[in-house]
Design a binder for this molecule. Structure first.
Ligand SMILES: C[S@@+](CC[C@H](N)C(=O)[O-])C[C@H]1O[C@@H](n2cnc3c(N)ncnc32)[C@H](O)[C@@H]1O
Length: 316
């Protein structure tokens, strides 16, 4: 595949391997990439530049990343089949998922490397990434972001965008998985360099005691991984200053091997945000699959990827 001027980058090399190993993915990726714009290709090229040096330093092959992505897709399909039958996610205990996924090098690597690729390859993951980049760009123009907290960075690609955007800020980063934190550290080093003010904390966010006046807290794709996301959101409300904002993404009706909390609709996400003491400033709703009218999403349990920028409610 030759796309634009970026014919030799590692992102395209990984795609070529995925397509050679999996016929379904070959078609899916071809269709997905056909409509992407020049901003997308500039972003994947920038990803390739950092990721290739990281892969070289740690001796990670393009084939390994391709296998991680294929495993992520297969796991997802199996979970979707189970979900269709039962209407439930297959795990409901945090301890079980922590044992099976967060503390397993094999599972965790497959997830974070797979998600690094799906960030660009899946329309909705990329849509939320785009919304994130757009939102932090606007925040950089309008707000003073001095203290930044990110929960569950996973592959670290959002963190990289934030480090590039809020150059003078202090960054705290919390993740329960050492594998995820290690990858985030490597990604920061290779994508942004060492001259950054970042503290990494290997901790459960529920036990994290931060400075209590963060200007921006980022929680992407973490809420659905918790038994009680409302409890966590309330902790986050206590961690932001009066003018602080929270950027979060999550999903409704989206089974995965490590999803625990089932939001059955966009409304249930919005209600929980509201109940936590936050109010929504902007949001992005991305339904998966065939077009179903918005009024029918809840009744038809449509899978939706969701993102929102929120602030503390002034008073009840
Ligand atoms: C699916 S990944 C999300 C990665 C990235 N933020 C993204 O948007 O793709 C979920 C991350 O949340 C972390 N995580 C899950 N539960 C957590 C908790 N209680 N405290 C801190 N991190 C947690 C996991 O280790 C993992 O890195």
């Amino acid at each position: 595949m030759v796309i634009g001027k970026y014919k030799d980058d590692i992102f395209l090399e990984i795609i070529r391997i995925i397509q050679s190993k999996n016929v379904f993915q070959k078609k899916m990726i071809k269709n997905e990439l056909a409509s992407r714009d020049s901003v997308f290709w500039a972003r994947t090229n920038s990803f390739s530049v950092g990721f290739e040096t990281l892969m070289e330093e740690y001796n990670i092959s393009a084939e390994k990343i391709a296998d991680c992505y294929i495993k992520l897709c297969k796991d997802m399909v199996l979970e979707q089949i189970k979900f269709k039958k039962t209407g439930k996610y297959s795990s409901n205990s945090f301890a079980e998922v922590a044992d099976r996924v967060y503390h397993s090098k094999h599972e965790m690597e497959a997830m974070v490397y797979g998600l690094a690729m799906s960030q660009f390859l899946w329309k909705n993951h990329y849509g939320l990434f785009d919304y994130f980049i757009e939102t932090i760009g606007e925040l950089q123009e309008s707000e003073e972001i001095t203290n930044y907290l990110e929960v569950g960075p996973g592959h670290g690609l959002h963190l990289v965008e934030s480090l590039k955007t809020f150059e003078a800020a202090h960054f705290d980063v919390v993740d329960i998985s050492s594998i995820s934190l290690d990858l985030s550290k490597k990604v920061v080093k290779h994508f942004v360099g060492s001259n950054v003010d970042v503290s990494f904390h290997h901790q459960d966010i529920r036990d994290y005691k931060g400075i209590c006046s963060y200007d921006l807290v980022v929680i992407n794709e973490v809420l659905e991984h918790l038994e009680d996301p409302l409890e966590m959101m309330k902790c986050v409300v206590d961690l932001i200053g009066n003018n602080g904002v929270v950027f979060l993404t999550t999903c409704a009706n989206a089974p995965s091997i490590d999803h625990i909390y089932l939001y059955d609709s966009v409304e249930s996400i919005q209600d929980q945000i509201n109940e936590s003491g936050l109010e929504i400033i902007t949001e992005r709703l991305l339904p998966v699959g065939h077009v179903v009218p918005r009024s029918l999403w809840k009744g038809k349990s449509v899978e939706v990827n969701y993102g929102a920028l929120c602030r503390k409610k002034i008073s009840e």
